[in-house]
Design a protein around this ligand. Structure first.
Ligand SMILES: NC(=O)c1ccc[n+]([C@@H]2O[C@H](COP(=O)([O-])OP(=O)(O)OC[C@H]3O[C@@H](n4cnc5c(N)ncnc54)[C@H](OP(=O)(O)O)[C@@H]3O)[C@@H](O)[C@H]2O)c1
Length: 240
């Protein structure tokens, strides 16, 4: 059955958010592609899918912006069946992988507010729409292996690792919140290293193929309230 899907951080062609938009459009779904600034790539895609692609400006660092977007979604559809929290921002130090001594620590709070609190703003504002889904609604937080404490050998990238680690915790807390009523399934996923930009040219995964692979993983997990929250792109449970 066709679903209503919302994806954040979708404006960059070839990045993961854009690839998810394409994947779900190809599935026949209605997609709310959110951006923080106009995206020529999405506008072009809209010509191909004028009825099923809705482009919304939504800055996940702003509660007012997220609430306004939720009102717009509610004006257009009665429910959301899937939210993919994909957007991320790190400190301007990234991706230089600055060592601790060189990091501008005052930048971390701003990145955290967007990348960790931002997805929570989205879920909170869109929750009434998730509850209206005819089946089990889903929230997928795009996390990273960088957020694992158990396997961490990193001695830098404090901001990114902390952001994803905290996102994992928030995913678990919301999983627990929704578990009893089995109405909203929450997942955090490590997508693996993808060729989403020039700096990632050596990465093993093509984000277009990979978003389709992850779509199948999400569906495999949708009805399973088994306590597994943090997984990888191959549906394997990840250590925290
Ligand atoms: N690429 C990888 O190999 C890899 C590996 C592990 C995990 N991940 C995760 O996968 C996701 C996608 O990765 P990617 O490489 O495709 O990311 P990306 O190219 O950096 O895209 C991030 C998107 O987030 C948007 N964004 C930033 N701040 C925002 C805000 N305040 N409000 C709304 N949107 C905002 C950006 O918008 P603008 O275009 O306006 O800047 C951009 O479109 C991220 O969560 C990332 O951490 C990626």
């Amino acid at each position: 059955m066709a679903q209503n899907v919302l994806v954040t951080g979708t404006g960059r062609e070839g990045a993961l958010g854009y690839c998810f938009v394409l994947t779900y459009l190809k599935q026949g779904d209605t997609v709310f592609a959110t951006v923080r600034k106009p995206s020529p790539a999405l506008e072009k895609l809209k010509e191909q899918y004028p009825d099923r692609l809705h482009i919304l400006e939504m800055d996940i660092g702003s509660t007012a912006s997220v609430r306004a977007a939720a009102e717009e979604v509610a004006r257009l559809v009665p429910c959301l069946d899937l939210i993919i929290n994909n957007a991320v921002v790190t400190t301007p130090d990234y991706p230089v992988h600055n060592p601790f001594e060189e990091m501008t620590l005052d930048n971390i709070a701003g990145a955290f507010d967007v990348s960790t609190v931002g997805p929570l703003r989205v879920i909170q504002a869109m929750q009434p729409l998730l509850y209206q889904s005819a089946g089990t609604a889903m929230v997928v937080n795009i996390s990273s292996g960088a957020g694992c404490i158990t396997t961490c050998r990193n001695d830098r990238d404090l901001d990114y690792c902390m952001i994803k680690c905290a996102m994992n915790m928030s995913s678990k807390i919301l999983y627990n919140k929704y578990e009893a009523e089995k109405k909203v399934r929450v997942l955090a996923i490590h997508p693996g290293w993808m060729r989403t930009n020039a700096g990632n040219a050596k990465a093993p995964f093509d984000p277009y193929e990979h978003s389709e692979r992850m779509r199948k993983v999400f569906e495999a997990r949708r009805e399973s309230f088994d306590g597994v929250v943090f997984i990888d792109y191959d549906n394997r449970e990840m250590p925290w």
